[in-house]
Write a protein that binds this ligand. Structure first.
Ligand SMILES: [Zn+2]
Length: 290
């Protein structure tokens, strides 16, 4: 009787042992599969593909879309929001609202400067359709008429400000800059100290215009200022090098076209917005380049 019990107990232990071993393998399986995936990924030719596979299997937190072709996108160039009266740099606020509504209705993602930099350096984008809205000079009407529209529609935009315009009645002041920055929607970047054509400046003056303005925005707004906007769109090879030396990461021009990294990060093209476009006309204008 005792012998049979012992035998049964031994058999039970053996069965339990087999079960435990089996369970152990089950636990090991997913790890092994992941390793296999990683190994096969890293043996492929493209380094990018490896990075993507690793990203998606490990964190799954980066929803940015990678592209096999170079990403290009429109950087819109606005100036003043006012009745145009024949001035091609002035866009009536009602027209600006139609443009912004068109972007919203067509599912455009409006980039921050940091996001634009990431698109250009990593060739990834946060949404299928992306756009970067920029305003040059820093007119008061950007704050009074533009900011409420951006808030209402929850859109990002960037104002390229001229530092010496502070105190002028038709330009934004520092408290307004801070209020817009604090909203998280409007970003302030540099349009130099005095709006001089930088391609014509002596070395010391060029360094002053670029470095002093960057320091002003860095310190006043407690940020790392990334973008330089060349006054009147004027620049040359020296300006590009000086901008990089001053610590900027990118610069925008007034040359027409979509922005793409292959033009160089210090010679980014933009799409000029002129007065007279309703929502659909604006849509055709900004999709015409591609
Ligand atoms: Zn300007």
């Amino acid at each position: 009787m005792l012998n049979i019990r012992k035998k049964l107990l031994i058999i039970l232990l053996i069965v339990l042992g087999i079960e435990l071993t089996f369970i152990g393998f089950q636990f090991l399986k997913p790890t092994q599969t992941t390793d296999v995936t990683k190994t096969s990924a890293s043996s492929r030719t493209s380094e990018k593909e490896t990075a993507t596979t690793a990203d998606s299997s490990e964190t799954n937190a980066d929803p940015w879309i990678e592209s096999s072709e170079e990403i290009s996108f429109p950087i819109l160039m606005y100036h003043s929001l006012a009745e145009s009266e024949g001035n091609s740099l002035k866009i009536p606020p009602a027209e600006f609202r139609e443009h912004m509504q068109w972007l919203k209705e067509h599912d455009y993602y409006t980039l921050t400067p940091e996001e634009a930099y990431r698109v250009l350096t990593e060739n990834k984008k946060p949404a299928e359709k992306i756009v970067w809205i920029t305003f040059d000079d820093g007119y008061l009407n950007n704050y009074e008429d533009g900011f409420p529209i951006l808030k209402e529609l929850d859109l990002n935009a960037t104002i390229n400000y001229i530092v010496d315009r502070q105190g002028a009645s038709t330009y934004i002041d520092v408290p307004q800059m801070k209020e817009m920055k604090d909203s998280g929607l409007v970003h302030i970047e540099s349009h130099t100290m005095n709006h001089l054509e930088v391609d014509k400046l002596a070395e010391a003056d060029l360094a002053y215009e670029l470095s002093e303005s960057k320091a002003f925005f860095d310190n006043t707004l407690n940020q790392e200022t990334l973008l330089l906007c060349y006054p009147a769109g004027r620049y040359n090879e020296t300006s590009k090098t000086a901008a990089a030396d001053a610590g900027y990461k990118m610069a925008v021009t007034t040359e027409p076209g979509y922005a793409r990294a292959s033009d160089g990060l210090f010679a980014l093209k933009r799409v000029r917005i002129s007065p007279g476009y309703d929502g659909e006309g604006f849509g055709q204008l900004i999709t015409a380049y591609q």
